[in-house]
Write a protein that binds this ligand. Structure first.
Ligand code: NAP
Length: 349
């Protein structure tokens, strides 16, 4: 399987490490022989149709010269659409930074890949939060797969679980804690009665919050993930602009205390029933959705099976890279079942 890696940060580099560490297991157990033919970052692209040596690329990434120090295969300033014209590949793994307002640069990367009949696995929720229905249509039109397990729940298979394991039941509503940073802050405020500012400062110190935590605190990150769940699992056709969003900035100790007196706690809940909304809400302390620390959880309310809750780590390099791997395996499996030329090519490459 010839892979173009767009983004060689936390997710991209962890995926490369998995490819190195599990090469034999992937080949024998999963029938995947990943050959990374391009790695693109914000400055340019490594391109080698014979397959880039990933150990060398990881070392270069850590060096002062960055990927550009691998001069023989480095293309200064090259962007994914140009790289797609330079080499043949089967799958683009899109792991560039998220922009929830424009969906860029991921939106252009994904569109260019699909127009070139290249499958896409993305961990970047920006493009999907802005244009998921159109992207799924474009994938169908070009007969390629668009996979996005890593956009929601990190390595926790929330999307696959709902789509595959809940076949035959109707999902009536979804409620989730989809942002680890705000969950850490609210859990801390609940357990230690500290104000939001000091819980946020601690989250930053521990690396659970970005230097600019706006997307998390203002509920946008959770809203982007809710769009993906609602569209994929509940058949909606939403963008982030359709979600009613309130972040956690106004949550104070008075509100926490009031919830506590009623046997509840305040969590940033993303929910979709007749409406789609993200807001701080009081939930029962005994409810399985009441997870602490940076954990994520999602409850599917179904017509026949009642409530089912899934809990796991919502982010992290290895966790998210494992979701990418799941998607790559799914693509490989789909095409080998079809017995197509593409399936045979992926096995060989
Ligand atoms: N980290 C997680 O736990 C996690 C979990 C779930 C989803 N995600 C999502 O996955 C994506 C990647 O996350 P990350 O943590 O790996 O981010 P990251 O560490 O910041 O890495 C981003 C990478 O994208 C590259 N990049 C920036 N602009 C680009 C452009 N215009 N074209 C091509 N590449 C570009 C960067 O290049 P430079 O090095 O040159 O700046 C860097 O290699 C994000 O959308 C994120 O929201 C991350």
């Amino acid at each position: 399987m010839r892979i173009m890696l767009v983004g060689f940060g936390v997710v991209g580099s962890n995926l490369a490490k998995i490819f190195i560490d599990q090469r034999e297991k992937l080949r024998r157990g999963r029938g995947i022989n990943p050959k990374v033919v391009s790695i693109v970052n914000s400055r340019g692209a490594l391109v080698d149709p014979e397959g880039i040596n990933l150990e060398t690329a990881l070392k270069a990434r850590e060096s002062a010269g960055g990927l550009g120090s691998l001069k023989e295969i480095w293309n200064e300033g090259a962007k994914p659409p140009e790289v797609l014209d330079m080499i043949e590949c089967d799958v683009m793994v899109e792991a560039a930074p998220t922009d929830l307002m424009s969906g860029q640069p991921g939106l252009d990367h994904i569109r260019a890949a699909m127009k070139n009949e290249v499958h896409v696995v993305t961990t970047n929720k920006g493009p999907l939060a802005i244009a998921m229905p159109a992207l799924l249509e474009l994938a169908e039109h070009n007969d390629v797969m668009l996979k996005f397990s890593g956009t929601v729940g990190g390595g926790t298979p929330m999307l696959d679980f709902a789509k595959k394991c809940l076949e035959g039941v109707e999902i009536l509503s979804v409620r989730g804690i989809l942002n680890g940073t705000t969950n850490y802050i609210l859990s801390k405020m609940d357990a230690e009665a500290v104000p939001l500012d000091s819980a946020l400062a601690e989250a930053r110190e521990l690396g659970y919050a970005e230097a600019d935590p706006t997307y998390d605190i203002d509920g946008l990150d959770a809203a982007g993930k809710l769009v993906i769940i609602a569209n994929w699992v509940m058949g909606r056709s939403l963008s982030i602009h359709d979600i009613k969003i309130e972040g956690i900035r106004k949550v104070d100790q008075d509100r926490m205390k009031e919830a506590k007196e009623q046997g509840k706690t305040i969590k940033l809940i993303a929910k979709c029933d007749s409406e789609a909304e993200v807001a701080p809400m009081a939930i029962e302390r005994m409810h399985p959705l009441n997870v602490s620390h940076t954990f994520n959880a999602v409850t599917f309310d179904t017509d026949l099976a009642g409530e089912i809750t899934l809990v796991g780590r919502g982010a992290g390099g290895p966790e998210t890279a494992s979701a990418v791997l799941r998607d790559l395996i799914a693509i490989r499996r789909f095409y080998s079942r079809r017995g197509t030329l593409m399936g045979r090519m992926m096995r060989r490459a």
